[in-house]
Design a protein around this ligand. Structure first.
Ligand code: IDP
Ligand code: MG
Length: 140
């Protein structure tokens, strides 16, 4: 498997609890390199578009409000098999089902306030990276 890039968000529940460094360490300790990173306040329009795939789900409006409720840190992670690797490091969506040692098991508050987003396929990773970063902001 070649070196790959994936997109990550440290979500508002985690920035509120000052966990940016601890979460970033999990990526670095497990072989992913942060090749782009910025702390932003997502607009409602951005959040609605970013999570557009979930717009028919009952939790969509609440999810959008949560994602704009505080700062987030958007990142590009690089490494071997980075998309799948990051999903392993994050753990299951529902922290009560996440494996020991994963970010969500250690830090998530509940199924919505689950501390991190990570792309679920290389195609989505490319689209999500382009949504938040220009090429010059990514330094590998
Ligand atoms: P993922 O983040 O593990 O890929 P998705 O199913 O893509 O999970 O859901 C996107 C986000 O929507 C989750 O990370 C979580 O913040 C929120 N979410 C997912 N399922 C629920 C739910 O049942 N109730 C409330 N929020 C949810
Ligand atoms: Mg998802």
């Amino acid at each position: 498997m070649a070196v790959q890039r994936t997109f990550s968000i440290i979500k508002p529940d985690a920035t509120a609890r000052n966990l940016t460094g601890k979460i970033t360490s999990k990526f670095e300790e497990q072989g992913l390199r942060i090749v782009a990173s910025k702390r932003i306040r997502m607009s409602r329009l951005q959040a609605r578009e970013f999570y557009g795939v979930h717009k028919e789900r009952p939790f969509y409006d609440e999810l959008v409000e949560y994602m704009v409720s505080g700062p987030v840190v958007v990142q590009v992670l690089e490494g071997e098999n980075a998309v799948a690797r990051n999903r392993e490091i994050m753990g299951a969506t529902d922290p009560s089902k996440a494996a020991a040692g994963t970010i969500r098991k250690e830090f998530a508050e509940n199924i919505e306030r689950n501390s991190v987003h990570g792309s679920d396929s290389p195609e989505n990773a490319a689209n999500e990276i382009r949504f938040f970063f220009s090429d010059t902001e990514i330094v590998g």
